[in-house]
Design a protein around this ligand. Structure first.
Ligand code: ZN
Length: 480
C-alpha cells in the first residue's frame, strides 16, 4: 500500500538539510503518483511536513537562476500539497443490487460499508419495511461521503414497491433513520385493442392491458359469452380504461373499464360504464340495457302459458311425465325471440323437439326453443344473437299437438323452471336517460379512437395524459 511507503517520509523520521530539497520533491511526487486519488490522512500529514521542512531550501532554489525549472516544479508541488491539505469531502452515489438469498446488511457489506453501519441501516429499515418483502434484484442507491481513504454511508434510497420509496439517512450521532414515503398515484386513461388468439388474458397481455382489467372484462361479459366456446380465430377486443398508476407507469390497484367491446365474427358487442345520479354504476350495451339483464321469461310476443314447468299428464303419450319446459300457445308463424344474448349452439331438427334452437348465454346457462315452423335467417350454430333478436317462428314440428313454443332454460345442462329461477334484474335506460347515454357513447368512441391514434403515434406504446384527482370517468346520467 502507498501509505506504507509514505510512512518512511513522515516528519519525525525525516532528516533534511539544505542540500536535499530535490530528494524531498522526488519523494513527494512519488507519493502523489502512487497513491492516486486514494489520499490517506497520513499522506496529507506527510505533505505538510515536506512543505514545512522544504520551504527554506525551496526559497534558496528560486533565488538560483540556474535552477529555474526546478523552482517551477517546486511551486507546482507546493500548490498540489496545499490542495491535498484542504481536500473537501467527496460525495459519490453507488447503485447496488440485492442478490438472491442475500440480506440487506450483507449487500451493504459487499459494497464496502462497515459491518457496524450495515447492521444499523438494516435495523432502521426493519422499522418501516418488512425485510421479507424485499425482492432479489432490488436496486438501492447509496450516497457515500469520502474523506481521505475513509468512506461513510450518509444515505440510501430505494423503491421496494411501485408506490413506496424508502430513504435512510445517517444522523449526526452516527445512527440511521429510515423514512417511508408514499409515491403519488396518477390516473391514466388508456386504450388498447387486439386479436384474441387463445385466451382473452393472453390478448390483453400482448396489448399491455393489466390482467385485472381483462378479468373485469371477462366478468362483465360472462352473462352472455362463454369464453371457452364463443371465441374464434380473428375475434378481437377493444378496451378503454382508467388505471391508477405509479410515477414509473406501473399499474397500481384495480383500474376501471369505461368502454369495452368484443368483436366476435365481425359482430361488435360493446359495453359502456354508466354512473347514475345516486352514484351507482352499471354496464350497458349500446341499446341501453344492463349487461346483467335477466333472460326473457316470455320469449314470444303476445303468448299465453299453455303448460307450465313440472309434472303433468302428457297430452300425446297419455301418462304423467315431468314437463321440462314451459309451453306458450301462439299462432303459427309468431316470431320467437332470443331470451338473452349469446351464441347459437344448435339450430336443427331434433327428434320430438322438431325444429329446435339452443342458445348458450354463458358457461352455465342456455335456453332452448322447440317445435318451430322455421328458423330466422342467420340462425346457424355459432351465430351471435342479442336478447330480443328473432330466432324463428312458432310452429308444431316434432311431437306436438298444435302451434306452440316449448321453451327451456338449462342451467348446467339441466332444465330449470324459467318462471322461478332467480336472475339478476337488469335496468333499461329510456327517455332522457337514454338520450344522455347515446351522447356519452359518441364521446367515448371519439376518445377511444383518439387514444388509439396516440398509441400508434408512439410506436404502439400506450400513452395517455394523466388526469390527477379525477374520479373514474363514465357516462353520467341524472336519474336512474
Ligand atoms: Zn313443452
Amino acid at each position: 500500500m502507498a501509505h506504507h511507503r509514505l510512512g518512511a517520509v513522515q516528519a519525525p523520521t525525516i532528516r533534511v538539510d539544505k542540500a536535499s530539497p530535490l530528494v524531498l520533491i522526488g519523494l513527494f511526487i512519488l507519493a502523489v503518483g502512487t497513491t492516486g486519488h486514494h489520499v490517506s490522512p497520513h499522506f496529507t500529514d506527510a505533505a505538510d511536513s515536506v512543505l514545512r521542512v522544504a520551504e527554506p531550501a525551496l526559497q534558496e532554489l528560486v533565488e538560483n537562476a540556474a535552477m529555474q525549472t526546478v523552482a517551477q516544479a517546486a511551486a507546482n508541488v507546493q500548490e498540489l500539497a496545499s490542495s491535498v491539505v484542504t481536500a473537501e469531502p467527496e460525495h459519490v452515489t453507488r447503485i447496488v443490487e440485492l442478490g438472491a438469498g442475500r440480506t440487506f446488511a450483507r449487500m451493504l457489506i459487499d459494497a464496502a460499508i462497515s459491518g457496524e453501519d450495515a447492521f444499523a441501516v438494516s435495523s432502521a429499515l426493519g422499522k418501516v419495511f418488512d425485510h421479507r418483502k424485499l425482492k432479489a434484484g432490488q436496486e438501492v442507491a447509496l450516497s457515500i461521503t469520502r474523506q481521505g481513504n475513509s468512506e461513510t454511508l450518509t444515505a440510501l434510497t430505494f423503491e421496494p414497491e411501485a408506490t413506496k420509496e424508502i430513504s435512510i439517512q445517517r444522523q449526526k450521532d452516527g445512527s440511521y433513520l429510515a423514512t417511508l414515503h408514499a409515491m403519488p398515484i396518477e390516473r391514466k386513461r388508456l386504450a388498447a385493442q387486439g386479436e384474441i388468439r387463445g385466451s382473452l388474458y393472453g390478448a390483453g397481455e400482448k396489448a399491455g392491458v393489466p390482467r385485472a382489467i381483462m378479468a373485469a372484462m371477462l366478468r362483465a361479459y360472462a352473462h352472455e359469452i362463454d369464453f371457452q366456446r364463443d371465441i374464434r380465430a380473428g375475434d378481437r377486443f377493444e378496451v378503454l380504461y382508467d388505471q391508477p398508476s405509479a410515477r414509473n407507469g406501473t399499474p397500481v390497484g384495480q383500474g376501471v373499464i369505461i368502454y369495452a367491446a368484443l368483436i366476435l365474427r365481425g359482430k361488435v358487442i360493446p359495453l359502456y360504464r354508466v354512473t347514475f345520479g345516486d352514484g351507482s354504476v352499471d354496464y350497458f350495451d349500446e341499446k341501453g340495457r344492463s349487461i346483467k339483464r335477466s333472460l326473457l321469461r316470455t320469449p314470444v310476443e303476445g303468448a299465453r302459458v299453455s303448460s307450465s314447468f313440472g309434472v303433468r299428464r302428457h297430452p300425446i303419450l297419455g301418462y304423467s311425465k315431468m314437463h321440462q319446459g314451459t309451453d306458450f300457445a301462439a299462432p303459427m308463424g309468431t316470431p320467437i325471440f332470443a331470451a338473452g344474448s349469446g351464441t347459437v349452439e344448435a339450430a336443427k331438427f331434433n327428434g320430438s323437439y322438431g325444429r329446435y334452437v339452443k342458445i348458450r348465454h354463458n358457461s352455465r346457462t342456455a335456453t332452448a326453443y322447440a317445435h318451430m315452423s322455421r328458423f330466422a335467417s342467420d340462425i346457424k350454430p355459432g351465430a351471435r344473437v342479442n336478447q330480443g333478436d328473432v330466432i324463428g317462428y312458432v310452429g308444431t314440428s316434432g311431437r306436438s299437438t298444435g302451434p306452440h313454443l316449448h321453451y327451456e332454460v338449462l342451467i348446467d345442462g339441466r332444465q330449470a323452471n324459467p318462471m322461478t329461477i332467480s336472475m339478476p334484474v337488469g335496468r333499461v335506460l329510456d327517455g332522457a336517460t337514454f338520450k344522455q347515454f347515446k351522447q356519452g357513447q359518441e364521446k367515448i368512441k371519439k376518445e377511444f379512437a383518439a387514444l388509439l391514434q396516440k398509441n400508434d403515434d408512439t410506436a404502439k406504446e400506450k400513452l395517455a395524459a394523466p388526469t390527477l384527482e379525477e374520479p373514474p370517468a363514465s357516462i353520467k346520467v341524472v336519474s336512474r
